[in-house]
Design a protein around this ligand. Structure first.
Ligand code: MG
Length: 164
């Protein structure tokens, strides 16, 4: 057997707010007067999740897979990139057993959109929404999140080997 039956991965990402951009989190557009700045759609939640999966696969990070100086990824849908990461995961013989994610931002409130995010992420990964956890926290005014300069996200995943 080549390695363990289970792999864990952790991901982190942060992006600055920018007026006039759409706010895309977990593949869902939220009503907001500003979005996150970035080369792609800057979906910080999906970026953290992709890095967690790539970490568990020992495949580097999203910067290596989708370079941010590559015009192919300008304005790219991060959920579309997540589908590519899912294909890589399946090619390597793994399936997503479970994932949990934390968004750190002051506003808008995430709760009304949480299930839509879970469903969109689950669809991209080819699993049921039950396997995807999404929650959010503020930082009580502390740091760049608290000053509302940006948003951050953390993700952990458990991958299960489906092929030897
Ligand atoms: Mg990012």
């Amino acid at each position: 057997m080549s390695g363990a039956s289970y792999r864990v991965g952790i991901g982190f990402d942060a992006h600055a707010f920018e007026p006039g951009r759409p706010l895309i989190l977990g593949g869902v557009e939220l009503p907001s007067e500003r979005g996150l700045a970035g080369h792609s759609d800057a979906d910080v939640l999906v970026h953290a999740l992709m890095d967690a999966i790539l970490g568990a696969l020992r495949e580097g990070d999203i910067g290596r897979l989708f370079p941010d100086d590559d015009p192919a990824y300008a304005g790219a849908s991060s959920v579309g990139l997540l589908e590519q990461v899912a294909s890589l995961m399946h090619d390597r013989g793994f399936e997503l057993a479970d994932a949990d994610c934390v968004l750190a931002l002051e506003r808008p409130k995430i709760a009304p959109y949480r299930d839509a995010m879970r469903e969109r992420i689950a669809r991209a990964l080819g699993v049921e929404p039950e396997r995807i956890g999404v929650k959010a926290t503020t930082t009580e005014g502390l740091g760049f999140v608290g000053r509302q300069e940006g948003a951050a996200a953390y993700a952990v995943v458990l991958l299960e080997r489906t092929q030897p």
